[in-house]
Write a protein that binds this ligand. Structure first.
Ligand SMILES: [Zn+2]
Ligand SMILES: [Zn+2]
Length: 380
């Protein structure tokens, strides 16, 4: 908790843009001199080994906790507190350089930059200094080996159990290759010129899922018969709960993540799910198979439609039959209730973005209409 020591200065009645800019710059200079003093004090804290005796992992962690600031700023303060006195720290004390620039320049100096590079850095924007530091920093074979050993892919449910959240660590070259492949795949799934396409980070997840699907169950080359079914999904449904909330509660995957009615419908469309009904008395495991789309109907839909029926779509990537009226809404497996959609239209547009097929659109020029679950497109 901060204790304000001074009353905020009263705001002048009117300031020109130039005056506002001057005051902002003057205040930033003041912040620099304050940060300099903090760095001095932090150096004392470090010398007295206070972080260790307070049970914190590092000086940075101690600063972040005690000052209630972002770890990035805490890291900058720790770096500046350990800087050798010299022209860089002098410019901070005098308020002649901003704290962010001094922190970055100190890191650049620590990375082994020579005087000429340090001088050149004055003409580089603070946001770009990170790249200069990365270029300057020595990467010896032992550092490379260390970085390679630290590679990992780790996923765990978020607190609400609605998403699996991952952490990736990989070498710079692998990461560049990885992202380039994802972006290329994303552009194959969704037209890069579509102004309403999902955000880049969302498209990358779609691309990753699609690459994973292709690895486990290769997509058939376009036009060569039905796409293979997806892997079996195990869903555990508490029937009593699911029935009273329209499927909004009660359904979880094997790994414990919740799934909602839209995902349940998608799984039912694909027809390769193993649902296990459970009830409050415990695991009365009852595998059910009744909702499965019969193979012959499935084959007929592929024969009849042949390609994605979305109006204007020419994709044949991972075609899947979709129930126009959802099964939860008493939709059945009658061919009139089924239509063939590509993976983008089925998985992303219908079952993720929550659009539904306009039942009045022609069978091979299907249009989509938003539902209450559909959100506005992201701002580009
Ligand atoms: Zn579907
Ligand atoms: Zn399509």
């Amino acid at each position: 908790m901060l204790t304000p020591t001074t009353e905020p200065a009263s705001k002048p009645r009117w300031q020109s843009p130039d005056e506002i800019e001057q005051e902002l710059t003057r205040l930033e200079s003041l912040i620099s001199t304050i940060r300099y003093r903090q760095a001095e004090l932090i150096a004392d804290i470090d010398r007295l080994q206070v972080p260790y005796w307070d049970g914190t992992r590092s000086l940075k962690e101690w600063i972040a906790g005690r000052l209630d600031i972002h770890p990035r700023t805490a890291g900058d303060l720790a770096v500046v507190s350990k800087a050798e006195p010299g022209p860089i720290t002098d410019s901070l004390r005098a308020g002649a350089a901003t704290f962010d620039r001094v922190a970055a320049t100190t890191r650049l100096s620590n990375a082994g930059a020579d005087d000429e590079t340090l001088q050149r850095s004055e003409g580089v924007a603070v946001s770009q200094l990170g790249q200069l530091i990365a270029r300057t920093k020595r990467m010896a074979p032992v550092d490379e080996a260390e970085a390679f050993r630290a590679r990992r892919l780790w996923m765990q449910p978020n607190l609400a159990n609605t998403l699996s959240v991952g952490t990736f660590a990989m070498s710079g070259a692998d990461a560049d290759q990885f992202l380039a492949s994802l972006d290329q795949r994303a552009d194959q799934i969704i037209d890069p010129n579509d102004p309403h396409r999902p955000r880049l980070e969302q498209r990358r997840v779609d691309a990753l899922v699609s690459l994973a699907l292709d690895t486990t169950i290769p997509a058939t080359p376009s036009g060569e018969g039905p796409a293979p079914r997806r892997l079996k999904a195990d869903i555990f449904i508490d029937a009593t709960q699911a029935a009273t909330t329209g499927g909004e509660t009660g359904a979880v995957t094997r790994s414990g993540l919740k799934v909602g009615p839209n995902t349940l419908e998608e799984i039912l469309c694909i027809g390769e799910t193993q649902t296990t009904l459970i009830d409050i008395d415990g695991l009365k495991a009852v595998p059910t198979d009744g909702d499965r789309l019969p193979n012959r109907t499935r084959d007929y839909i592929f024969y009849r439609d042949g390609a994605c029926t979305a109006d204007g779509c020419t994709s044949r990537y991972r075609l899947e039959p979709h129930h126009i009226r959802h099964q939860a809404n008493h939709g059945d497996h009658h061919p009139d209730n089924l239509t063939l959609l590509c993976w983008f239209h089925h998985h992303i547009v219908v079952h993720q973005q929550g659009f539904r097929i306009d039942p009045n659109s022609p069978p091979h020029r299907r249009r989509f209409i938003p539902t209450a679950a559909t959100r506005a497109p992201p701002d580009q």
